[in-house]
Design a protein around this ligand. Structure first.
Ligand SMILES: Nc1ncnc2c1ncn2[C@@H]1O[C@H](COP(=O)(O)OP(=O)(O)OP(=O)(O)O)[C@@H](O)[C@H]1O
Length: 234
């Protein structure tokens, strides 16, 4: 079943046309990966879904309802969370404060909190530490934890592995597999090996358009296509 549909999204940033008509269906469940070269329009696609840019023309349909042009907070309340590339955490606040601010009602659901501790034990360990003092990987874990502190159907995550050590990347992959049992993850990722290890479906954005969409297994097996669309050799 389709969870999110992007229909001919054209997004301008100031005077620049960045997306030229992105059309894509994201099925419910699992990890869907958006790949593409630098500057292709992946972040702009996530921001257009989240109402941080408004596609004109074009539309975003979530669970069958048109959410184009809604305020970001209203889009979040409909069940979409966003982990931006800069992570959006508050360095001067503790881990606990960062998480409580991400709750809907200013209090924790203890069962969800327990699950977050299981996924990311470092967050329990550093519960009272200010976020600036965490490592890069721990900050990323906090950012993802903020996105799942309330039940959300769709979690948009922008380049979570950037600059992280391989052991942290592996832990992140494990966490994403777990999270995607109960939610859909739309992941922008430059690390193709990471993307390949967790993605079920995928698309490549190139120059503001969807250049390819299909299963990750098929794409991973097609080195010629990878080379053409990503300039990668597997
Ligand atoms: N605020 C902005 N003002 C002007 N141009 C922008 C702005 N944000 C993005 N762009 C331009 O839009 C294009 C797409 O950017 P976007 O961040 O969506 O790409 P991306 O595929 O996510 O790439 P990257 O991996 O480098 O983040 C780029 O050419 C970028 O320079």
């Amino acid at each position: 079943m389709t969870l999110l549909s992007l229909n001919n999204m054209k997004t301008d940033i100031g005077q620049y046309a960045v997306l030229h008509g992105v059309t894509l269906d994201i099925p419910e469940g699992g990890v869907f990966v958006l790949l593409g070269r630098n500057g292709a329009g992946k972040t702009t696609t996530l921001r257009s879904i989240m109402g941080l840019w408004t596609p004109t023309p074009g539309s975003v349909t979530f669970r069958g309802a048109d959410i184009t042009g809604l305020h970001t907070a209203d889009i979040a309340r409909k069940g979409i969370a966003y982990v931006p590339e800069n992570m959006g955490i508050f360095g001067g606040l503790t881990v606990e404060e960062n998480l409580i601010l991400a709750t809907d009602k200013g209090r924790f659901d203890q069962a969800r909190l327990k699950r977050i501790y299981e996924l990311f034990p470092a967050l329990e360990q550093f519960w009272t530490k200010q976020a600036w003092s965490l490592s890069g990987g721990q900050k990323q874990m906090l950012a993802v934890a903020r996105a799942i502190i309330e039940p959300r159907a769709l979690i948009l995550i922008d380049e979570p592995t950037k600059g992280l050590a391989p052991s942290i990347v592996a832990a992140m992959a494990e966490a994403f597999r777990e999270i995607s049992q109960n939610a859909t993850i739309l992941l922008v990722e430059q690390n193709f090996h990471f993307a390949k290890s967790i993605g079920r479906d995928m698309a490549v954005i190139d120059d503001g358009l969807v250049a390819h969409a299909g299963t990750m297994a098929d794409f991973a097996a097609d080195t010629e296509l990878q080379e053409r669309l990503l300039s990668l050799s597997a």
